[in-house]
Ligand binder design. Structure first.
Ligand code: BG6
Length: 467
């Protein structure tokens, strides 16, 4: 089965011939971008000028030192690849509000005719940067990569799209949702549609419920200010977790045209009923209000659980649950698809069959099954068959895959404008923080108030490592 994901699109432009990243001295660059660039160089996938832009009063030497420190902390320095990175690296220091910054960027771009601009900066700065990229000529025949969160709600996402489209064509816009770049997430498509044993049962006749848990054992890690503006629903639900719902719930993509998967995803987002507060429970871990950058009266959620209903032929009556939180007991993202019980309940007390799909930090697949309990009685006993466990030691990181794809002009693993807006429409009604954020202890599974959401399906499925 040849699905769209993976095949390279013939883009209307040649591969990008310069890589520009705004926010070069920021957190994202430090944690993700430098390690990704080194890795791309090591694999021979990046050999163009790399231009960092920031307003930090840095020199190029200081940026190089920061790149090295970033690599030491995040994955290690590969001396040969780092030497090359140093050679390719350039730096523009300047205010994003000033035209002169972009004129300098234009000079640094030299002969590059198809640059790619990566906006690893707060969304509030997008309009001014986009405007100057256009005005200075830096956007000519260029591509742009924008980081999430894409807007704060549907209306702001729409107006952001309009701003971007004043300078860039939609085919040159790459909205990063790094979950789409994860191998384990892409695997959902192949696993669902390429296996005959699953395909006939993946619907309301056999599936009882679907749960998606994104648990993180750490807190906001110094990003208190960012979190105050964002909260868990904007940070990971509207994007990462709704994309997972989309891939689990979508119809089979036609295999013959490029946009097939993205078309199916947007249909799912439009079929999810906009959330009502009765189906959402928000939580906040104890101590969040003492974090730097956080208001002492903050009602922002660091945890959210919700029950989604999908108005489609396939999923009518099957609840989808999302649960995401910081300071939970483990760091793990997984999906549990619970199947309906067979009729002979006496033979198999306890849980019915389920499929556990671990997405982070490893791919693992397990099947909850009933076997006969040894002994004279003909009764079943619940067991979990571990089917697969991947350590992903040398697999490309999500960022590496996505930056490489964007440079080649392949949009398949990026969020499309209509999908972003449709996903906002799902969460828009519950973004106003009018419901309480219930407090929960660090290291617990979140506020007990969330349990009522899953009462009729036997509670939340606890994420599990390989048996
Ligand atoms: C980011 C969020 O998009 O995803 C973070 O801003 C979150 O809050 C992170 O921790 C999780 O990504 P991953 O790939 O580590 O699961």
């Amino acid at each position: 089965m040849a699905l769209d994901v993976g095949d390279k699109k013939m883009s209307k432009r040649p591969e990008s011939d310069a890589f520009v990243f705004f926010g070069a001295t920021g957190d994202l660059a430090y944690k993700k971008i430098f390690p990704t660039l080194q890795s791309m160089i090591r694999r021979g996938k990046l050999d163009v000028p790399i231009i960092g832009v920031a307003k930090a009063g840095f020199t190029l030497a200081q940026l190089k030192a920061r790149a090295r420190a970033s690599l030491e902390e995040h994955g290690g320095v590969d001396e040969a690849a780092y030497a090359k990175l140093e050679k390719l690296l350039r730096y523009v220091d300047g205010d994003y509000n000033e035209r002169a910054t972009f004129e300098e960027l234009r000079r640094q771009l030299g002969g590059a005719a198809h640059p790619i601009h990566y906006l690893a900066i707060p969304p509030s700065l997008f309009p001014v940067v986009i405007g100057h990229l256009g005005g200075s000529g830096c956007a000519k025949d260029a591509r742009v990569i924008v980081e999430k969160p894409f807007g704060r709600d549907r209306a702001s996402a729409k107006s952001l799209n309009e701003t971007i489209h004043t300078v860039f064509d939609e085919s040159d816009v790459f909205r990063i949702d790094h979950y789409l770049g994860k191998e384990t997430v892409q695997n959902l498509v192949v696993f669902r549609f390429a296996n005959t044993f699953l395909e006939p049962i993946w619907n309301r006749s056999y599936v009882e419920s679907v749960q998606i848990t994104m648990a993180e054992s750490f807190g906001v890690q110094g990003r208190g200010h960012f979190y105050e503006e964002t909260g868990a629903i904007r940070d990971v639900v509207q994007n990462h977790l709704l994309q997972v719902v989309g891939l689990l719930a979508m119809e089979p993509p036609a295999t013959t045209y490029r946009e097939a998967i993205r078309d199916e995803l947007v249909k799912v987002f439009r079929q999810i009923r906009p959330l009502q507060s009765k189906n959402v429970v928000r939580g906040q871990f104890d101590g969040y209000k003492e974090e730097d950058g956080v208001s002492v009266t903050s009602n922002v959620e660091t945890y959210a659980a919700m029950r989604l209903e999908i108005d489609s032929w396939r999923w009518d009556g099957v609840p989808f649950f999302i649960r995401a939180g910081k300071c939970l007991p483990v760091t793990r993202t997984e999906v549990v698809v619970a199947l309906k019980r067979p009729p002979l309940m006496k033979l198999a007390p306890g849980k019915g069959n389920y499929l556990r799909l671990g997405l982070n930090p490893h791919l693992n697949i397990a099947l909850g099954a009933q076997i006969k309990r040894p002994g004279e009685a003909m009764v079943g006993e619940a067991t979990e068959l571990s089917l697969l466990h991947h350590d992903e030691a040398d697999e490309m990181s999500a960022y590496e895959r996505l930056l490489g794809d964007a440079m080649q002009g392949d949009p398949a693993l990026f969020a499309r404008q209509d999908a972003v807006e449709a996903a906002w429409a799902v969460v828009d009604p519950i973004l106003d923080e009018s419901t309480p954020a219930h407090s929960y202890e660090r290291g617990s599974w979140g506020p007990v108030e969330a349990d009522r959401l899953v009462e009729d399906v036997g509670g939340f499925a606890e994420p599990k490592e390989r048996q």
